[in-house]
Design a binder for this molecule. Structure first.
Ligand code: AMP
Length: 182
């Protein structure tokens, strides 16, 4: 596993644990010699994780659409910054560059990217593992929603074998590294 794409908030959220978790994940990526691929922004959890990876001696590739440059200034210290035309191209590029995905707490952008990636995995458009870093139970409501869709017969649990959930970055990365697709 050479690189993991991380989806997370362009804001930091109201709890310090979100930023702490983002930084811990950054350290864990570097410990495992895994490069970070992300949306390129310098703000919020996106800024926290990218700075931590760089500080710990790791490599970071940012992928940012030109139209976002005003709202989300890019982290200027990245190993590589790739400019793309729009959001769709960004998602595709981030996915192409990564061997797996991890979502941290975030807002609409994070959900959009995460669900796109989950549904593409379910359709076998890619066969890469996906992890949720469940800091402070942030993803519990989303997990309940998925559980409900399983219970109500819209998703089969067996079709979500690529999805890993943990509040511990070390365990989450281990699960992702050891995943073998069918
Ligand atoms: P958020 O979780 O809303 O703070 O957004 C996290 C990142 O996702 C930011 O870099 C947003 O610009 C980005 N984003 C927002 N909407 C979309 C979208 N529709 N597709 C791809 N990325 C998005």
């Amino acid at each position: 596993m050479e690189s993991i794409c991380v989806y997370c908030g362009s804001s930091s959220g109201i709890r310090k644990e979100y930023s702490e978790g983002a930084r811990l994940l950054g350290k864990e990526l570097v410990r495992n010699k895994i490069q970070l691929v992300y949306g390129g922004s310098s703000t919020g959890l996106m800024g926290q994780i990218s700075n931590e990876v760089l500080k710990s001696g790791g490599k970071v590739t940012g992928v940012i659409p030109k139209l976002l440059l005003l709202n989300e200034p890019p982290n200027q210290n990245l190993t590589k910054l790739i400019y793309v035309k729009n959001m769709s191209e960004r998602k595709e590029k981030m996915s192409d560059l990564s061997d797996g995905f991890i979502a941290l707490p975030g807002g609409l952008g994070t959900y959009e990217e995460l669900f796109d990636t989950i549904s593409w995995a379910r359709l076998k458009i890619h066969k890469k593992p996906i992890g949720l870093l469940n800091i402070e139970h942030f993803f519990d409501p989303l997990l309940n929603m998925l559980e409900n869709s399983c219970k109500e017969g819209f998703i089969s649990k067996a079709s979500l074998k690529f999805l890993f959930i943990s509040s511990d970055p070390h365990k989450l990365i281990n699960n992702i590294i050891n995943y073998t697709p069918d």
